[in-house]
Design a protein around this ligand. Structure first.
Ligand code: ZN
Length: 697
């Protein structure tokens, strides 16, 4: 299942790679989602992309393209494209076309009138010859942008219907002006009437199946659907297909409940036919036989609707870890279905970020050096330690339910028994995470300018922030959690309810301590000995202060990762008070936390790491409890109030989505000699173009 990082806050959430706990990182500012049954990683990764970020900045690449309602539209770059072979580029190209041809399916799935609404909007945008400067027009245009963003008339995240701010009369006049007056009677209530299709997925209603606008069911009740599948499913089957995943359930005039299967020749057949044609072209230029083989399964599944073939495809796909190019194409996530059975169509094409993946490998290869040289007591160190390296990818195309609101991590397949018996693939998407970062800095009002004390601090953050933040996450995940050992007599459960916060503290400290180590410069991971300071400043600023914009006023700080950050920042503030290591400053009534002595701060991180490792290794519950209770839980009400007010004043958009770059064949003498990535610069332009080019239903 995909998971939106479920926080309407300024920082995005990620799940700790090894500890499998929900976390929020300070990398990013908007809600994001992940694909996959587990809420995994995401903060891991963006890794070396910051080098390309920097280059991009210098090229004047613009990330933030548009902002409206509660949304913002960004672009992402495709680093590494030129490193692909012509054949790999051709493979990506056809996979991308296959992805984009599924666009109309998700529109139809979200609500049966969505495609009609979209076509009317497209008609107006393309053909209306009246005044396009009026307030009414602007309100119409904002509505159009919102519909495109949500792939329909319901909010992509909240699932409730949103409305145009212009009047129904005005909307009707637009429809009439472009020759769509015949559709008014049907569509205007769909667009304007709050009682018609109020929510895509209605939870807690009388009948969540009958009342939800989502188009997975027609004319059936929840009880009928449940009975239908109860009769179909064999509970003793240890390897069941995902019953109902690729169909709509309807009751005909004969009163019989049946499935309309998504397949070539069935429901959404014309779209699936196009997808299959492109997949077959892709298979012809795939990297290896494994890819050819699972694409053949996928095509056979789309042609037959046979869910056994979907499972076979997934089993082969999950084992393909050698290919550079990879993709998701199918009815995958069941979140949009009130019964959690039917999957929304999505597509995504990506390839491995070799440079960034190389960095996590490098860290991992040197795991023993880091362990041996850590400031903890030798009794608590592992004599043999293995690092974990993470695969990092960049996307080249987003489609279906992944477009424009996109995932930042993938963990698939979803079928439990396949995960159990064959494993799952888990990756983070570096170029999207990076685009979120870069776009955030392009907003005139942003967190950095609001909460950083000086221009120097801002400059350091812009220069090194993304790189060191990602590196900190890598160190936390690839080494931190795996470091250290318990004394033989210590119970792994000795720290009880404080164990999560303390474990995160330990992993974060391991990363913070080593960020300032010359070893990272020596390994070529950091450019110089100044870089780490950006992360030290932002870590303290966030841990001691800005992260509390996510906590309701008056509440305690309860989430393990937020606790760990507060614990570290507050402890270091207190211990460094005499030497003014971290200083609390006030200017124009606003509070700032400023690091004055970076080396001393590193020393404090080392001291606390040694102590937290001791607590863990010895299972010292009382000492662990004291650290968490004294430093991590209680938020200063004055600071809390201030951060909430200052955050609100920024007016940040909570949700983001992306324009795709276009992959364009370059011909020479009638032959394709290359594929170029061309960055689109118009949100509505791309939507209208897709509306024409990939219209199938
Ligand atoms: Zn962690």
């Amino acid at each position: 299942m995909h998971c939106f990082a479920n926080y309407k806050y300024n920082y995005f959430s990620y799940n700790c790679y090894l500890c499998a706990e929900y976390a929020m990182d300070n990398i990013n500012q908007y809600n994001m989602k992940l694909i996959g049954r587990m809420i995994t990683i995401a903060g891991m990764a963006a890794a070396l992309v910051s080098c390309s970020d920097k280059a991009a900045k210098e090229d004047g690449f613009r990330y933030l393209m548009d902002e409206f309602a509660d949304l913002k539209i960004m672009r992402y770059q495709v680093p590494g494209w030129d490193g692909l072979t012509l054949q790999q580029k051709e493979y990506v190209y056809h996979l991308a076309e296959a992805a984009k041809y599924g666009r109309d399916i998700i529109w139809m799935q979200n609500c049966r009138h969505n495609l009609d609404v979209r076509k009317t909007i497209e008609n107006i945008l393309e053909n209306y010859e009246g005044d396009r400067t009026s307030e009414d027009w602007k309100m119409f245009e904002t509505y159009a942008k919102r519909v495109f963003f949500s792939n329909g008339i319901h909010h992509h995240y909240a699932e409730d219907k949103f409305f145009p701010e212009c009047s129904q009369e005005y909307f009707q006049s637009l429809m009439t002006a472009v020759g769509d007056e015949a559709k008014c009677a049907e569509l205007l209530p769909v667009i304007f009437d709050p009682a018609v299709y109020p929510a895509r997925k209605l939870m807690g209603g009388k009948d969540i199946v009958a009342e939800s606008a989502v188009n997975f069911y027609e004319g059936v009740t929840r009880a009928e659907v449940e009975a239908f599948y109860a009769a179909m499913v064999d509970p003793s089957d240890k390897t069941p297909v995902s019953y109902g995943l690729n169909s709509r359930v309807v009751k005909g005039a004969d009163g019989i409940v049946r499935e309309e299967v998504y397949k070539v020749g069935g429901l959404y057949g014309p779209a699936l036919e196009k997808i299959c044609a492109e997949l077959e072209k892709a298979a012809a230029v795939a990297e290896d036989e494994t890819q050819k083989s699972y694409i053949a399964d996928l095509v056979a599944y789309y042609r037959s609707g046979d869910l056994k073939l979907w499972d076979e495809y997934n089993i082969k796909w999950v084992k393909d870890t050698l290919g550079t190019v990879d993709f998701v194409n199918g009815f995958v996530e069941d979140y949009n279905d009130p019964l959690g059975r039917k999957a929304a169509w999505e597509g995504l094409v990506n390839f491995k970020d070799t440079e960034a993946s190389r960095r996590t490998e490098l860290i991992s290869e040197n795991a023993q050096w880091f362990e041996d040289n850590s400031p903890v007591d030798d009794r608590f160190k592992k004599s043999e330690v293995k690092g974990v390296s993470a695969k990092v990818i960049n996307v080249a195309t987003l489609a279906g339910d992944c477009y424009p609101a996109a995932p930042i991590g993938i963990n698939l397949p979803n079928a439990d028994w396949i995960r159990r018996e064959h494993g799952s693939k888990s990756v983070t998407i570096a170029n999207l995470t990076s685009a979120y970062n870069m776009a955030a800095q392009e907003s005139p009002k942003n967190l950095l300018s609001e909460f950083a004390w000086s221009e120097e601090e801002i400059a350091a953050e812009k220069k090194y922030g993304a790189l060191t933040n990602d590196l900190h996450t890598d160190l936390h995940e690839c080494l931190g959690h795996g470091s250290g050992q318990l004394l033989p007599e210590t119970s792994p459960n000795a720290l009880g309810e404080y164990s999560s916060a303390l474990e995160e503290t330990r992993a974060d400290l391991f990363g913070l301590y080593y960020l300032a180590d010359p070893k990272l410069v020596e390994l070529g991971i950091l450019p110089d000995m100044e870089a780490y300071k950006a992360q030290y400043s932002s870590y303290i600023r966030n841990g001691i202060f800005t992260q509390f914009n996510r906590v309701e006023f008056g509440k305690k700080n309860m989430e393990a990762h937020m606790q760990n950050r507060k614990l570290i920042a507050d402890w270091c503030y207190e211990k460094g008070l005499a030497d003014n290591v971290i200083e609390k400053k006030v200017r124009d009534g606003k509070t700032y936390f400023v690091v004055n002595d970076f080396e001393a701060l590193r020393g404090l991180f080392g001291d606390l790491l040694a102590e937290v490792q001791r607590i863990k290794s010895e299972g010292d519950y009382e000492a662990g409890k004291a650290l968490v209770e004294n430093y991590a839980v209680n938020i200063d009400p004055e600071l809390h109030k201030e951060v909430l007010e200052r955050y609100a004043s920024l007016g940040l958009k909570p949700y983001g989505g992306f324009l795709n770059p276009e992959i364009v064949p370059v011909e020479k003498n009638g032959e394709v000699v290359d594929y170029e990535v061309v960055y689109s610069d118009s949100y509505l332009g791309q939507m209208l173009e897709y509306g024409k080019k990939y219209a199938t239903l």
